[in-house]
Each structure stands twice: as C-alpha cells, then as structure tokens.
Ligand binder design. Structure first.
Ligand SMILES: *Cc1c(COP(=O)(O)O)cnc(C)c1O
Length: 409
C-alpha cells in the first residue's frame, strides 16, 4: 500500500488565487457586459527588450549549426558568460564582491526559494514575515517542518513576524531564537523596503544565533531610492550568513522565459548536530547538479543581453513604465482618500482598506462597483487582513481606466 506524504494534506488548499478566480468568474457570468480589469496579477505585461530577443535569436541560430551547437550546460549551474556578467553588473558595480563561482543560475526564484530548505535539517526553526510570499511557508510545510494550520492560517512550528503600519512593514528580529529567516525586500506584497540599518540588524541577529537569512531580492531593480540596498551583501558580514535570490522575471519580463540565480557565498556555513561547520555552497551545488540540469543556452544568452548597454537601457525603460503606473496608482488613491503604502521602490501598492472593511469585503466592493480585481491582503497572512494589494504590472491604459472607475465608487 502506497502512503502519501501527509504533510501535503496540512496545506491550506491553494485558497487565494482560486477563490479570486471563482469570484471573478461568478461576477462575469452575472454581468456579461462588464470589462473586468485585473490589478491583482503578479505577472508582467510588457514584451521582452529588443536586445534580449536578438540575443535569443542569435543563440537559436547557433544551436542550429553543428559547429556551435551546445548540449547540457556542463555542471548545470550556469554558463561562465552569464555568471561573469552577473558578478560584474549586479554586485561589482555596487562595490560588492561576489565571485562567478558563488552564483547558481536556475529557471526561477520560486523554485530556488522553495528548494533551498531541502539542504537544511528538519529541526530548524523557520521564521517568516506576515504577510508573506506563500512559497516560503508551503515548502516548509511540505517538508514536514510544521504542524497543522490554525484557524488564522498560521502553521504550528513557524515563527511569524508581523509587518504592520507601526513597524513600517519591516519586521525586527525576534526575541526567540530562530535558525532560518526568510526576508523579501522590496517586499511582495507590501512594497516595503528595508534600510541598511534594518538589514544590518538582521545580519547581526543571524551571526549571533548562527542562523541563515534567505534574502529574496526579486524586486531589487524597482528600487528608486539610492539609500536603499539592492543586495543584502551591501551589509558588512552578510556574506557569512545570507543566501540571496534574484530573478529576471519581473526585472526583465522573463516570467515566461524562466531564468533566475541564487548566490551562496563561499564563507557561508551551517552546522552538523555535533556542531561542526559545513560549507553550504557545495551542498547547494550538489543538490542542483543532482536534481536540475541547467537553463537553456538560448535563455542564458537572452539573460546575458540584459547586461549589454542596449539591454540595460531597454529594461530600464520597461521598469520605468511599471513604476510610472505605480506612481499614478499611489497618487490617485491618495487623492481619493485611501491610505496607501509601497509603490515607490516596488511595483506593489499596499492599500489600507477604508473604515476597517475586511480584505475580502473590499475585494467584492471593488469588483462589483469598479469591475477591478485586486488581491486581498488576508490571502498573504493574518497580518494582511485590512489591506489590499494592487500591482503596477498592468498596461498604462488599463491602469488609467481602473483608477477612473475607482474614483466613482
Ligand atoms: C515573482 C516573484 C519571484 C520570481 O519567481 P520566478 O520563479 O523567478 O518567476 C520570486 N519571489 C517573489 C517574492 C516574487 O514575487
């Protein structure tokens, strides 16, 4: 008799996006003439930069000739040309030394942030922020690091750090001792960013407690404030305690192309039960080489083109479109009397629902009155109740139309 992994049964059945889809379809069925605009999607709408498309075409041509054909990316952790471009442009340019060998190219930050927990023991105590990107939590549930979920959706065994108006949506290190800490800045869903001092507090905590910080920087390209760090490695000492995740999905429209990378610095260690320090990077490399066979040459060629002069200019233009959307949304909602956060260094606007209306109640109100779909904050954790996420990833026209309708509520 085959047994199922019962940890999967602890998961709260992918509640958020199916429920949003269900309510949207019910509304559309009852109102066939309404044109519903989505400001809820975490997917991009702008096409790939021309430099990326050209590089991918050229790579495809190379793949079609015997002399330049390539098979497996040897080692499966990324071609040197891409890892060198990353080291130079993403880190070297900010005064951070990351060696190409410390960079592991993959097909997504979702899988990397989901898979990374595998290389750490099951007895570690995991801390996440609330609200949170659900991947960090669910993958730990699947692995068996938690008990069941309580009524508020929180799993037994996970330490939740509430991100609230009071702390500016940036949690401080806990008083309890935790071992694995997931941080995401700029944050999805709140759009909050962490200042250098705040990240330094986390690095100090991790050093003191021999913990590891799993830092998701998928949105670093949206930072506009020059004082905000793009990488956790801008904090002295972070190399010893942090793994950083990056993705081309939102920064260069790669959600459908699939390319990302994870940085595991040489000096980073975890410990055996008897207290011996073990280097983490070779273990992650071993995990990747066993379970993953690399990203296609065509895709990595496209990613490398982002670092060309034309590629940098064109991807910045795309980011500028989204951040212009974010500004328009933030300012318009402010004018209509809403309290809004985020949208300055991140493509997410975190709206406080008016008059203490619940997240889902506000969802229904927006759908029924403005035919606009957003994401209820409560779907990202109990501390998200009373908030609502809007994304700036829509088209300029849809954003204008949606705001016009919201103004009339
Ligand atoms: C979109 C997103 C990612 C990127 O995931 P990919 O698998 O690279 O597309 C990573 N982290 C967060 C928080 C995100 O919102």
């Amino acid at each position: 008799m085959v047994n199922i992994n019962e940890n999967f049964q602890k998961l709260q059945a992918g509640y958020l996006f199916p429920e949003i889809g269900r309510r949207r379809r019910a509304f559309e069925a009852a109102n066939p003439d309404a044109r519903v605009i989505s400001m809820g999607i975490g997917d991009v709408t702008q096409p790939l930069a021309g430099a990326v498309v050209e590089a991918m075409k050229a790579a495809a041509e190379q793949m079609g000739k015997a002399e330049t054909f390539r098979g497996y990316d040897d080692g499966g952790v990324g071609y040197d040309f891409l890892r060198e471009a990353i080291a130079k442009n993403d880190f070297g340019s900010r005064g951070v030394e990351i060696k190409p060998d410390e960079i592991f190219v993959s097909d997504g930050a979702k899988c990397d942030t989901g898979n990374i927990q595998e290389i750490f023991g099951l007895s570690n105590v995991v801390a996440v922020t609330d609200p949170v990107y659900p991947v960090y939590v669910d993958t730990n549930v699947m692995a068996g690091r938690t008990g069941g979920a309580a009524e508020n959706g929180r799993y037994d065994g996970i330490v939740y750090l509430a991100c609230t108006e009071e702390n500016g949506f940036v949690a401080e290190p806990p008083n309890d001792k935790v071992d694995i800490i997931y941080l995401c800045f700029p944050n999805n869903p709140t759009g909050a960013v962490a200042k250098k001092e705040q990240l330094a507090g986390w690095v100090a905590y991790a050093k003191e407690n021999k913990a590891v910080i799993l830092f998701d920087a998928a949105y670093e390209a949206f930072i506009s404030d020059p004082a905000i760090p793009h990488s956790i490695y801008e904090i002295p000492g972070a190399r010893d305690v942090a793994i950083e995740f990056r993705s081309y999905s939102k920064t260069a429209g790669f959600t459908g192309v699939r390319c990302a990378f994870t940085v595991v610095p040489d000096g980073l260690t975890a410990y055996t039960k008897s207290g011996d320090a073990v280097a983490v990077a070779p273990i992650w490399k071993r995990r990747q080489c066993t379970k993953f066979n690399g990203v296609s040459y065509i895709t990595q060629s496209g990613a490398a083109a982002i670092y060309s002069d034309a590629g940098k200019r064109q991807t910045q233009e795309i980011i500028d479109i989204y951040m212009s959307n974010a500004k328009v949304i933030r300012e318009a909602l402010g004018k209509f009397g809403y309290t809004v956060y985020g949208g300055v260094n991140a493509p997410y606007i975190w709206l406080k629902t008016p008059d203490g209306v619940g997240s889902w109640e506000f969802f229904d109100l927006l759908l029924n009155k403005a035919h606009v779909v957003g994401t209820p904050g409560a779907g990202f954790g109990s501390a998200g109740e009373g908030y609502f996420r809007l994304t700036a990833f829509g088209t300029v026209d849809n954003v204008a139309e949606a705001l016009d309708r919201i103004s009339k509520i």
